[in-house]
Design a protein around this ligand. Sequence first.
Ligand code: TRP
Ligand code: ZN
Length: 878
Amino acid sequence: MLQETPKTTYLSDYRPPEYLIDQVDLRFYLDEAEARVHSVLSMQRNPAAENAGQSLRLQGEQLELLFITLNGDELKADAYTLDEEGVTIHQVPERFTLESSVRIKPQENTALEGLYQSGSMFCTQCEAEGFRKITWFLDRPDVMSRFTTTIVADRERYPILLSNGNLIDQELLEDGRHKVTWEDPFAKPAYLFALVAGDLRFIEDRFTTASGRDVDLRIYVESENIDKCDHAMESLKNSMAWDEQQYGREYDLDIFMIVAVNDFNMGAMENKGLNIFNSKYVLARPDTATDRDFQSIEGVIGHEYFHNWTGNRITCRDWFQLSLKEGLTVFRDQEFSAGMGSRGVKRIEDVRLLRAHQFAEDAGPMAHPIRPDSYIEINNFYTLTVYEKGAEVVRMQHNLLGAETYRKAMDLYFQRHDGQAVTTDDFVRCMADASGIDLAQFKRWYTQAGTPELQITGEYDATARSFTLTVQQSCPPTPGQDEKSPLHIPLAMGLLDQRGDDLPLRLEGEAEPVSESRILSLHRETERFTFIDIPEAPVPSLLRGFSAPVKLRYDYSDSELMFLMARDNDGFNRWDAAQTLMQRIILKRVANPGAPLPDGFVDAVRSALTDSVSDKALLVEVLTLPAESYLGDQMAQVDVVGIHTAREGFKSQLAAALRSDLMAVYEANREQGAYQPDPLSIGRRSLRNLCLSYLMQQDDAEVCQLCIDQYNAGHNMTDVMAAVSLLADRSGTESEQVLIGFQQRWKDDPLVLDKWFTVQAISKRPDALEQVKRLMKHPDFSITNPNKVRALVGAFCSANVIHFHAADGEGYAFLADRVLELDAINPQVAARMLRIMSRWRRYDPSRQSLMKHQFQRIIEHDGISKDLFEIASKSLEG
Ligand code: TRP
Ligand code: ZN
């Protein structure tokens, strides 16, 4: 915990390691009160490091020294210096063996980093810098070692003992304990180390790789969850097949294991051969998990599996390169999910997330490039920018190279760098070398923060039959980066004629039209493109498929937007036109509550809704209103109440105008037969539930009964939750009965209870905050469990915009209280919670000062973690 101002780590200070660890032999003795870790490190001076000193510095935190020897000789007290962050051994030879033993307390580890207890099991989380809480080490990703791990524990309590690699030895000891040894043949950085011990069950399957090797697949869970693993196993096999087909990458060990744990800081972790997952991303049964849960399980299983090549075999040189593995692996998991489900809908969902949260991050006090230059606490840089914008930057390279050349470039990347710890520069060099494309300017995407803006105008010249697009790019300043340089931006576009057909696109100077949809490359601040042989004034369709992570400004009329919404050949842009139009309507009504709907708008929505051929999941995306938080981002100053009122009013108005159509679509899409999580069934359910949510906008007893009936029918968790969340917005005995019944039914299933906490946390009821405070005292709530904290506190503060931002500041005080309470338990989770308030400068003066006060309170609080210090201090500065 913090005493003095924590120090900043800079990329420019990177130096290769002075020492290397070739081999690691670990021995864990786990018992009820403590654990002992015995370590033997075979080390040598790094031949590649210039001026390596004679002394050796190892990281280590919260370790109690039992003994330490160098080449077999016990180190005298004056031969080394111990401090809070590690040990310095004053004199070491060229090659040596360092042996040590430490005592640690996994039972007291509430930070969930290093070795900790979750329920009755032990598990580890070492990324980014958790291994140093297990034993002394060169805890940095460019030190790659071969690990052998022996675990000794009571056989009754911990029948399952797992670590990375292959099981090589198993032995029963006389005292009721047993001992197993795992060996990982691949050198890896310490952050990929993992250990699990517990009384677990597993399901098992097999995968035969393209070259004919059999791989044993196992998913380990607590016994009560053994019937919730099938979907995860299917997803794993699909991931393995996909990586072979799309990237030519086979799995490389004889066994692949996944373990589900209930207490976990993030989603999941790609430890070599032994992935550890938040149980939320493993466990699913139709009656316990929603369609969205099924989809995110598939995505996260894919993500962690794909890390085996993009992250593990080729890892990061240092933590500034995090996007090397995360951006690339997110791009891979996005494409995997797109291939498994509806590609168009997946793209929309990803862009919605990026715009709602990454754009906000990029415009706030914590804005940073996908390859940051400095950090105080690396855990604070597992961000939407590094992950999601990082994925967009890989996607742009994929699009610039084309699928075939991109694949060649990836082959080159694997061939050149397998077994190495590399940088994002190394990655881009492979893209450039394999394609011959000059990516020098493109590389600014890695170093420049902020969301670029494209201001585009179009001019039709009837006599010359030409259409000219003028594109100006700019990027607002971000903390520490006042001046921005122009980026290389791929702008996919087309020109539509009056019927909505794409016109052939021929630029001035070209002999023939190239094609009907093309990618323009922007390099300079202002670019002009003149298309010739254009017979009529076209409607431009710009940034098709969201070809770059930028904000687009083009002065479309309402009727042009309605035209694009109905006719654009690019599905993404049809959706985007609808969103732009709805955003425009809502924002207009913030200023002028009586503003009428554009002519023809209700009819356009009706015809979309009742068009029986359209893709249902896509239709749901079209009819889903932009989130309040995203609407707020479009205003110079966020008007919390104005946006809420205008958005709710608009939704009610549509519901009233379309009531009978919504009813008919609801009826036509009733559940038939057994639950299936396939794209068509998901689309049907989600359309039906969207209709229900519109219908529930009105106080209508018939609809309310429909909602209760849907709850009682209990076909599957998707339909049940849709009904429960709508009922939870209301007060009254009926909805209270439903909530009580739901809790009774699911009191033994923590993941389902998380959903119960969340619907109450985001309720529109006026007493939502009181309700949240009451629920914090509920016996099923636990402040030490990150899923519970996110389900209740996180959901209220980030998704219940109107109540969190209540004018009296009670929401802000509540968040700050929880953050301080959490910081003493789990700094990673505390720091993440506080980020919710980081853009306090976007609000009115009164709310600003209320939020600022809470930040000051936090920063002045004694002994806060450096995680929290970084967020609070940067939020106040930025
Ligand atoms: N590497 C993990 C992933 O994205 C992220 C992760 C899991 C993580 N647990 C963590 C990052 C704890 C920081 C701290 O797949
Ligand atoms: Zn990842």
